[in-house]
Write a protein that binds this ligand. Structure first.
Ligand SMILES: C[S@@+](CC[C@H](N)C(=O)[O-])C[C@H]1O[C@@H](n2cnc3c(N)ncnc32)[C@H](O)[C@@H]1O
Length: 325
């Protein structure tokens, strides 16, 4: 990968990203699964035909998402669910953070409120279960059947587990109302409401969010892609968070699936995806997670949690840490 973009590439990308995002958000790109003319589109979406034609021509000329065929436009296979996820997450959910960066630079406390949680939930709607594959396998192999998933998002992990193990009972904790709604809808659609329950609340306050009867039965706690949100302003929040999990559920296993931060490290340019993610974490007030296992171990030992085992993916910087609370 090339290390850095030129100014020309930056300004071009800025305009292209806005053009693609507008076509994506209005639903125009999704409607181009079959070839359509500008006239048809501008009637349906009530847009100015000349401007729309120009935007479509530009996106077709400079991205791999759209093709012009005669007088029609059609999306390519590159407008995949993975591409939609990237657009919804990095432009949809965090777009306001990018636009209001001058304000965030002056007052970082405004960053978290700028995240669009509905678009964030939409992004996760199209993510399949495969990203959670390793966690599913670990939990099934260890024959753990009572799972508490912190920051469970759309409940993909609990649904995948319950589909594979009919004895599985799951509880999730989710703070975003939009994501909580999405999780409950997906559980109902999968007809798993009797075995999976999602609590709306903050997993930094487990004692009040999860009822004692559920806590009593939990044999494994999972935090997948949520610990990284606990590092704004250093390690203190993460340590307090882990301590209260240990107090609520002493002796249980805790699986943390997360990633090592890369922003500001030497050789960081190898990790293009991680750098982008670190950056949006920073400008959305979530902080950047520790960059190596020694630093994570510091957090664990200060929380009196014991790291038993770790699985690391060197290419993406993702990991799973298995801890005893
Ligand atoms: C990156 S998503 C990961 C979702 C899911 N665990 C997965 O791995 O696919 C992080 C989720 O954690 C939720 N979250 C973040 N902080 C939280 C907190 N303190 N309490 C409860 N949920 C939280 C967010 O709303 C979001 O849905």
């Amino acid at each position: 990968m090339r290390n850095s973009w030129s100014t020309y590439e930056l300004v071009e990308t800025f305009q292209l990203a806005h053009a693609v995002s507008a076509l994506h958000e209005t639903g125009i790109l999704a409607s181009l699964e079959r070839p359509r003319t500008v006239q048809e589109l501008s009637q349906q979406y009530r847009t100015d035909a000349t401007v729309l034609e120009g935007v479509l021509n530009y996106v077709a000329a400079r991205t791999n998402l759209l093709r012009k065929v005669g007088t029609t436009f059609v999306v390519t296979r590159q407008y995949s669910s993975a591409a939609r996820f990237l657009l919804d997450l990095y432009i949809g959910a965090y777009g306001r953070n990018a636009a209001q960066l001058p304000g965030i630079l002056r007052r970082s406390s405004m960053a978290a409120a700028l995240v669009d949680h509905t678009k964030y939930a939409n992004a996760f709607q199209q993510v399949g279960d495969s990203v959670l594959g390793a966690l599913v396998q670990i939990i099934l192999q260890l024959k753990l059947t009572h799972v508490l998933d912190l920051g469970c998002g759309p409940a993909s992990l609990l649904i995948a587990l319950a589909k594979q193990d009919r004895h599985l009972i799951g509880w999730g904790v989710e703070m975003s109302p939009a994501m909580h709604r999405l999780a409950r809808t997906r559980i109902q659609e999968a007809q798993l409401s009797k075995r999976i329950r999602i609590f709306l609340g903050d997993c930094r306050q487990l004692q009040s969010v999860v009822p004692p009867r559920a806590k009593q039965h939990v044999d494994v706690v999972v935090a997948s892609q949520v610990a990284n949100e606990m590092f704004a302003g250093g390690q203190a929040t993460a340590i307090t968070w882990l301590r209260q999990i240990r107090r609520a559920l002493p002796g249980r296993l805790l699986l943390i699936a997360d990633y090592y931060g890369r922003l500001g490290r030497t050789n960081a340019t190898r990790y293009r995806e991680t750098l982008l993610h670190d950056y949006v974490q920073l400008i959305s007030g979530q902080g950047i997670p520790p960059s190596n296992v020694s630093l994570w171990k510091q957090v664990y030992s200060r929380s009196k949690c014991r790291l038993l085992h770790l699985i690391e993916d060197k290419t993406t910087s993702r990991f799973i840490h298995v801890l005893k609370l």
